[in-house]
Design a protein around this ligand. Structure first.
Ligand code: AMP
Length: 623
């Protein structure tokens, strides 16, 4: 077994950490980044780009760039219909009714896209640690249901990880924030790009216990961006009469600018949005120039942000606590940087949120701590998590019969006895669902199975025991047994984003084959970027040299530059790398010559020698 890492697989950004002797450290990429954008893009040539490179090209390639995939994980197409217009890529309904993504005529399930992000994180970790990484603890919003957890686990498997634990994000944050030796109660208010949740935890003698958790998986910073985008577009329309929403590229540009403006407004009172050539009007190109104030942003977003407060209140009530019994409030997720969010949280809890945590890193750090517990490096803490939503089965008339109540500590097991609805009924259907509604249709269906071979009996006589069991990862198994005949049937609720076990295995193999190809492609993209910089640098140097030096001192640079320009568009990474290095060396030697030449110009000693020489010719001495 190789290393285990902790992964915060975020809606907008992802962060990874490892634990050394039980102490967590964030893993940086080669370029020094501590977080990676959770963005995947496909170029027209079929190249896969991940992270910053993918985000950078989003404006020019919006249809083939996938961001915020976490919002689609384990979701039915019907559940996300409202958000379909908020993204620039195409969301489609998979054959099983789940949401999927269609890129360049190929359909990808959300776990497949997430797996591409995870694969990149794995490669970054392996590069940083210099050893193989095989295992991972991956975090999910506390309020993710079974299907969303399973989809995340499937993504991890496809990326080649042995997923040791699917850990709730607030629990991870608490692990990183609290000292196991303390006796404290903590609120984790987690407002990210796509989800909101709030959890109440306590630590007593090294036992971390989640007391309650609540949330909304469709409420996040992306929704605030959408509000701002709609406002900008409607202002633009009333000023120019042009509807930007119909354009191919403009909506993505506006969304990027809106998100940037939103983040700036966390620091300043107003900011300008400038998008030149956003549209073409009757008299030529039209530019978008607009000022957004913090006051306006707060007016637009107040209702949405305020939706989080009743959830906080309910979570405290569920934990059977009062607000004054809370010792700390920890903010997690990028959207908690919004001053209005901080103000509302402070007002509600009557205390300032802890300032010592970095909301972008604390979850990954906690996941790394959990990995050190699982690998036996740390023995000073124990985790008791809860299941966020009630689990039950459908009974006659479409009514949900709860078997495990929400906020039950996991792992857990519970059973209930059911019976038949008609005489001599030999088969019963067991329909498993999750949610808080009493009507089954209002809850999320997790799966169905049939128990056959029930002994012949009058209705109401057979005793059918249905057992629900949740393991430490929150993964549910359900079994049904006729207590008279002993007939039994069971399922592990395994709706991995519409993927069967065989699908996951196939995708894992494909991903691992793709990983090599991807690494080569990534290398090529990196080299091409490097080549562009070197080409730019060389052209600048040649321009100066052609004015100041003899051609023979820079002609070689010019020849090699031409070669580099040709190689830049080939796939020959080896030759390209060599050429970049050659041109680099030539730039440096020509630059040195220019420096010498220029320093000759203003070297005081040289000036003196010049004037001395001239003096011999009878000129006057300088004063
Ligand atoms: P996360 O899911 O935790 O990565 O959070 C990402 C969300 O936080 C996105 O919607 C970002 O736009 C938002 N975000 C990041 N930084 C800021 C900031 N300074 N002010 C407001 N929102 C931010």
């Amino acid at each position: 077994m190789g290393r285990t890492i902790g992964i915060d697989l975020g809606t907008t950004n992802s962060c990874i950490a490892f634990s050394d002797g039980g102490h967590p450290t964030v893993i940086q990429s080669k370029s020094g980044s501590r977080v990676m954008p959770s963005v995947v893009a496909f170029s027209a040539k079929g190249e896969r780009l991940v992270g910053l490179v993918a985000r950078r090209q989003a404006i020019t390639n919006p249809k083939n760039t996938v961001g915020s995939i976490k919002r689609l994980m384990g979701r039915r197409y019907s559940e996300i219909a409202d958000h379909i217009n908020d993204v620039s890529y195409e969301i489609v309904e998979n054959t099983n009714g789940d949401a999927a993504v269609k890129i360049l005529d190929k359909i990808y399930t959300p776990p497949e896209i997430s797996a591409i992000i995870l694969q990149q994180l794995k490669a970054t970790a392996e590069e940083f640690l210099g050893e193989e990484v095989t295992d991972a603890v991956i975090t999910v919003p506390a309020y993710f249901n079974e299907i969303q957890r399973q989809a995340t686990k499937a993504a991890g498997k496809i990326a080649g990880f042995n997923v040791r634990r699917v850990l709730n994000e607030p629990t991870a944050a608490a692990l990183a924030f609290l000292d196991p030796k303390e006796r404290k109660r903590l609120v984790v208010y987690d407002f990210g790009g796509g989800t909101f949740d709030v959890s109440i935890l306590q630590v007593i003698d090294g036992v971390f216990e989640v007391k309650a958790t609540l949330g909304d998986t469709s409420l996040g910073g992306d929704d605030l961006d959408t509000l701002l985008v709609h406002w900008i577009m409607s202002e633009f329309k009333s000023e120019t009469g042009i509807d930007l929403s119909k354009d191919n590229i403009a909506p993505q540009r506006v969304r990027e600018a809106a998100e940037r403006a939103k983040c700036e407004l966390s620091m300043t009172q107003e900011t300008d949005i400038n998008l030149p050539f956003i549209a073409t009007g009757e008299s030529g190109p039209v530019h978008l120039e607009i000022t957004v104030t913090r006051k306006l942003f707060e007016e637009l977003s107040a209702d949405l942000i305020k939706k989080t407060i009743p959830l906080c209140s309910k979570a405290v009530e569920d934990a059977e606590l009062t607000i004054d019994q809370i010792d700390h409030v920890v903010l997690v997720g990028g959207s908690t940087r919004i001053p209005m969010v901080q103000k509302l949280v402070e007002e509600f809890f009557g205390r300032k949120p802890a300032q010592s945590v970095n909301p972008d890193e604390v979850v990954a750090l906690g996941a790394a701590i959990e990995s050190s517990v699982l690998t036996g490096q740390r023995k000073d803490l124990v985790l008791i998590d809860v299941t966020p939503l009630t689990l039950g089965v459908e009974t006659l008339g479409g009514i949900m019969a709860p078997i495990i109540q929400r906020n039950s500590p996991v792992p857990t097991r519970n059973s209930r006895i059911f019976t038949t609805a008609s005489d001599n009924q030999s088969v019963v259907g067991v329909h498993v669902a999750q949610g808080e509604r009493e009507i089954i249709d209002g809850n999320r269906s997790l799966g169905t199975f049939e128990l056959r071979g029930i002994g012949s009996a009058k209705r109401g006589d057979p005793r059918i025991e249905v057992v629900f069991e949740i393991d430490a990862n929150g993964i549910l198994s359900v079994s049904a047994r006729d207590t008279t005949t002993g007939q039994e049937q069971s399922i592990e609720v395994n709706p991995s984003g519409g993927l069967s076990g065989a699908d996951i295995e196939r995708l894992r193999r494909e991903a691992s084959t793709n990983a090599d190809a991807d690494r080569i492609k990534l290398k090529l993209v990196t080299l091409r970027n490097e080549a562009d910089e070197v080409i730019y640098e060389a052209s600048k140097v040649i321009a100066v040299a052609s004015e100041e030096l003899d051609k023979e001192s820079w002609v070689e640079l010019e020849t090699e530059l031409k070669k580099l320009k040709t190689l830049r568009d080939t796939d020959d990474t080896l030759a390209l790398a060599r050429e970049i290095s050659d041109v680099h060396q030539l730039i440096s030697s020509v630059s040195k010559l220019i420096e010498v030449f220029e320093s000759d110009d203003d070297d005081p000693a040289a000036e003196f020698m010049d004037s001395f020489a001239k003096m011999e010719d009878g000129d006057k001495l300088p004063k």
